[in-house]
Write a protein that binds this ligand. Sequence first.
Ligand code: KG4
Ligand code: ZN
Length: 347
Amino acid sequence: MLFYWFFTNFVPVKIILAIETSCDDTSASVCIDGKIASNVAATQVIHAKHGGVIPELASRAHDELIIPVILEALENANTSLDKINAIAVTEGPGLMGSLLVGVNVAKGLAFGLNIPIITIHHMHAHIMAHFIDEPIPDFPFLCLTVSGGHSQIVLMKSHFDLEILGNTIDDAAGEAFDKAAKLLGLPYPGGPYIDTFGKLGNHKKFTFSKPRIDGFNYSFSGFKTSLLYFLQKQDENFIVENLNDLCASVNYTIVEILLDKFKKAVKETGVKNVALAGGVSANSYLREMFKTYALNHKLEAFIPNFQYCTDNAGMIAITGWYKFLEKRFAANNFSPKARIPLITENL
Ligand code: KG4
Ligand code: ZN
């Protein structure tokens, strides 16, 4: 106890406060000397009844939630604003109104406290979530990042040197889950419902189209259309009577599409470490198939804890920590960006 008191009062520690407001989760986190001390996320429930995120409602909800969420993150980490050494904030990509709330609060705090600000690329942060808890992947590793807005295969050469091998050309994996769920009459966001009901069904019951495009890019439009046309041919009770099998088959198809390309990229690059990131990496079937694939091919698999898969400020905080160590600070006049390519030059 005495040691703890001495340590927290006299040994200089470096503390980062991080803010994430790129979409519909208002989140704040505190990182103390490279360890996540708190991670608070308020998911905006208001969008569920609209069947998708309404940007204007999202920014208003961020506005209301951001200060209480920051205060809770500070309290949970047993610290206070005057002890913070830098503020990390999501610069993009994301919804402009939502990003603006986080960025303006971050700028105000940085200015008021006279501390540096660190801008974070949201998709880089999803990958950097692997540096929060042990085991941490060695470089190089190949990351399959699957979220509501992106499906990417990224070769990580170091913390700030990466190469995108594959990208989505239409819907992202999360969008494919959410749109399929909508067709099945499930609430938004539908990915977790398909995951839950799918566990109870037979994934071989129905088959849906898989894309036949070259390279490592992803497409889900053919899958979506085949599901739509299939459902249109059925009678009105079909979905209710077959919901678990439909969810299992949808889940299976999306995961197969994701893993088919990823496996090809692993083969071509010859990497030995493989990682999953983004909201869809919370999917239990994807996690299981990913681990099995790695085991069968003598690869080391890395998957973040659940709380660091979907949008969270913990991943912003850890990325901020690594940027802080390299003094990668932003100019005070930066603005958020709805679109920002994930390239080494932007990190
Ligand atoms: O990374 P994320 O939280 O936000 C973005 O950056 O987009 O990802 C959200 C996406 C949503 O499309 C949601 O349906 C999906 O992740 N998702 C899941 C699961 N949990 C979240 N998809 C399938 N299975 C899940 N268990
Ligand atoms: Zn995300």
